[in-house]
Design a protein around this ligand. Structure first.
Ligand SMILES: [Zn+2]
Length: 98
């Protein structure tokens, strides 16, 4: 029946794209990275016109550039993969052989 059932849990596609649960989705009011309003935002990044990453972050007076959230505050799912698995991150593991 319903094409769009309420999503009870977030999940992360390909380790890069957070697909929010119903409540997380609603909590952003569809606000993206632009603008100065504080609150919960969805960050959609693209590289060369191709979506590269989607994650959620909170902007506040203390964090005007936003603070990414590791866990969904509603369903508790770990949604940190898109920003903990940086493609551009350099290996920092001291045991890593160079
Ligand atoms: Zn969620």
């Amino acid at each position: 029946m319903a094409d769009d059932p309420i999503k009870e849990k977030c999940h992360v596609d390909d380790g890069k794209f957070v697909r929010p649960c119903h409540w997380l989705d609603k909590a952003t009011d569809a606000r993206g990275n632009s603008g100065r309003e504080r609150g919960l935002r969805v960050f959609d990044y693209s590289r060369h016109g191709v979506p590269s990453r989607t994650f959620f972050a909170i902007k506040s007076a203390e964090f005007p550039k936003a603070l990414a959230i590791d866990f969904c505050p509603f369903c508790g799912t770990n949604i940190s993969a898109p920003f903990t698995d940086e493609e551009s991150a350099q290996p920092k593991d001291p045991t890593h052989d160079r």
